[in-house]
Design a protein around this ligand. Sequence first.
Ligand code: GAL
Length: 747
Amino acid sequence: MFNFKTDLRSRSAFFISTVFFYLLVASTQAWSQVRVEDLAAGVKKCSIGTPDPFTPYHFCAEKPLYEALANMPAATLPFDLQRISLRVTDRGAVVEIPLGGDEQIYGFGMQINSFNERGLRKRPIVNDNPLNDLGYTHAPATFYVTTHGYGILINTSRYTTFYCGTTQKLNPSSNGSGNTTAKANAQSVEELYKKDDPGAGMVTVDIPGAKGIEVFIFEGPDMKSAVQRYNLFSGGGCLPAIWGLGIKYRVKADFKQSQVYRMAGYFRDHKIPCDVLGLEPRWQTAAYSCSYVWNREFFPDPQQLIDSMQASHFHLNLWEHAFVAPVSPLRQALKSKAGDYLVWNGLVPDFADSSAANIFAAYHKTVFADKGISGFKLDECDNSNIATGGSTWSFPELSRFPSGIDGEQMHQQFGLLYQKTIYGIFKKSNKRTYLDVRASSDFASSYPAALYSDTYDHAAYIRMIGNAGFAGLLWSPEVRESHSTRELLRRTQTAILSAQTLFNSWYLQYPPWLQVDIDKNNKGILQDDANAAEASIKTLLDFRMSIVPYLYNAFAEYARKGEPPFRALVMDYPQDKNTWNISDEYLIGDCMLAAPLLADSDHRQVYLPAGAWFDYNSHQKFEGGKTYTFENGLTQIPVFIKEGSILPLAKPLGFIAPDTKFEITCYVYGDKPAHAQLFEDDGTTFDYEKGRYNVIDLYNDIPDSTISKTKKNAVSKNKTTFSKTRSTRTGNYKNEKYIISRWVHIQ
Ligand code: GAL
């Protein structure tokens, strides 16, 4: 049986051995002041001085899943704990962590351009502009993991710099030779200016202004386990409402109620899957800053809208940001609980103070969630674009908030605290949701929220899927306009293979597949191939709907084991050097490898790691450990399935309703014994935390002796009728959502 959060809710049930002791390392004064604490199985904390009060862990509301942590394989660090150095100087805190010669580093949140961070100087700061890979991102994290199988989190909300193996420290006892000698003997100009590889060294972390610091250490034993430990320590991964794994479509910002009805009708009439419609700014009487009051001129009867959408199985999601307009009913109550600077004339609620967050949450619950709104899009919580001097809309770093937090630390935590505030209202009502959010931070895995961006670079959007997985984050590579239908379809292929499939048409009158060009779209001039493009989009979206049960199970694994549903290859294959710099492929769940294409080609190289893999489209088998060139059509799915696995695919549906039953075909890849699971519950409440769920085990049992015989008896290459497949259902959920109707063998 799974052990979800409530099984473990009582912290006291698990005895945490908290041991404070002083490490006696003679060399520096500071070492003698390092405190070491065991926080949970495989999670330690080293600290020094007086740490800040508003740290990421201070804000982590979900408690660690202690039992799941304890059930992980035991691990040790690849170096002595005492080799981590912590000190406080008059500048701030400094941490040094040993780094092996061939050790590779990943993380720092959802980085946009860089992937393997070794050799870089990273400053993970909340922002939407990656600015020359400095580290700026919507979701910065002070957390990294390495191929040597552990993770490090610097528990600070301050702007922090990580030198990832780039520093060369003076060793007072050495004779001063080393690399400089080699440079002195350089035979060519190239050699003279070649970038030094400092080799084994350290990660040096600079935390200016801090008077103390805490370092959390997450043991492995391998890289994926270290990430799992981090996620379990954060409260486990989130399990979004199952309908959130369908398709989300955001309508034009100035759509009126009647236009929303028309759009909903279009989806259902044309049988294009859609589960969520999102309304953009004009649903409110004031936006930039926000009133959080329905604009009756545009939406004369909001309740009728909600009810009629519910009747046709659409969920409604409302755009907003957190800056409270002068005309907002929330303004008065939040006036004394806000920062001392305004944004677009709006108050900045002090989300670090639970009483401010509660006011914001209570209003959203009564006025929206209780009335049937299923989710929100939390915009503009990622600071102004700090890469340009002219972009200055957000609150300054020097802001002060009544709780005592300053503007810098508030910026780093704002998106996360905002998620926490809004997520809390759904949790309270025992309703699950799936939010959109433009900023996040450390310890975020338990929030069901997908990040989005305005940056729109397709290659970066693919890279961000894997990068998000290193830090307990989910990324939604949204689709808007495109230069061509080809590009639109390539972008859609990426979107259907991500944590959230989102079309963000906030400035488009018609869906982008009817006209990719913004101007023409808004003039109602549909493109000549609109019907064909629509059919292609439907093919891709149907595939998304068919993997919902598989994805949902991957999220259940995220929730109970902390295993990211989307992760870079290196996380599962850290020993394989070929994976170290692959940022354009990633794994989905247990057995699927995705390799999306950009618009410019129908071919791409794909590295397949150890094992054997089947091309999903051709069913051809390929030996792992090699790179191949594959061709992929615009309506094909750029994925590979691992030999020895079972992929349960559902008959595609137009939406997921409370009484939906998924008709499942189980595809068995290869003739090895295989096992897969499906997680089954109501899909919409937290009752699974009380044990109301089933696990369906899917098996392909092939006793060794029968393999050759079975092969001989194969009816056709792709449709062999084995007799050894079976499924079992165990658990306490009374309804059946999955009907296992067919088995197909691919070999
Ligand atoms: C942007 C956001 C877009 C859209 C727009 C509406 O900040 O990233 O997705 O919502 O606001 O004004």
